[in-house]
Design a protein around this ligand. Sequence first.
Ligand SMILES: [Mn+2]
Length: 333
Amino acid sequence: MSQAADFESMVRALAAAERVIVVAHESPDGDALGSLVAMRLACEQLGKDVVMYLTPETGLPREYAFMDINGVLRSAPDDCETRVLIALDCANARRVGPDQSPLERAASVLNIDHHHDNSRFGDINVVVADASSTAEILADLFEQLRVELTPAIAEAVYIAIVTDTGRFQYGNTTPKTLRLAAELLEAGADAHRIFQDLYESTELGKLRLLARALDNARVLDDGRLIVASLSRDDFAKADADEPLAEGIIDYLRSVAGTDMVALIREPPLDGLLPPRKASLRTTHAGLDVSAIARQFGGGGHRQAAGFSTDEEVDDLVAALEAAYRGQLDDQAA
Ligand SMILES: [Mn+2]
């Protein structure tokens, strides 16, 4: 099916759904949470019975605590079978969380996402790889569904876009993105207050973690590859928990002369999850860090990706360096 046909099918399916469960990915970021809230509000406006769900395994980042996700379910509801599941910003089914039962039990699965490597796990899939964010796709869907952009919906969409575009600075920022942002301000989103909530409410523990990550950074390949790590001990000494590691990798990416950066972290043990997580970023147009993440069972975008792993830090650093060099070699070949 063409992208336009997928989009038409999605609009029809969304219009027809009466009972809905809206889901975003584990370790939710601003786009996941903004899209979740925007879709919840849109469904309410359209008179649907709607619940939100996030997998219980991962904590909610405190920098988004100002967002209204009251009532979000942390376990699959008993009535999943009666609901259409809308998956937002999830590149594959695994991103919904270790518990796959919501996906398996739902009446149908609508998959709306902007990751280029989306596995198209839904019954209907709208995957727009050149959209800045999942919420940017939602804005197009809302227009077709005649959803009124209330200040609350506008704010949720704006939060998603401003975070996924690095405050409108990453390569995914298009004229369309900026026109939408202007519309959202007209609809009542308060850009300055959102900026203060997102970027001027930093906890000191996060900066302490940043200091440790920078201290631990290994500079490889003449500085073109930087791999930093945060051990459990680092988290303890910074008096910080795992969600505070969010965004630290963006400081590494800003270092002059880097092609690729990685942050390995050991979150305080939380049950069944592998003990280490790695985030990858590249500013090099020829590199695809999502391909490296896929080698370890993860995924993401060409410029930003991640995975969970059991591998020891030293082995992981060596593997990342090999993968980085391999991609450069492939390019040169
Ligand atoms: Mn996103």
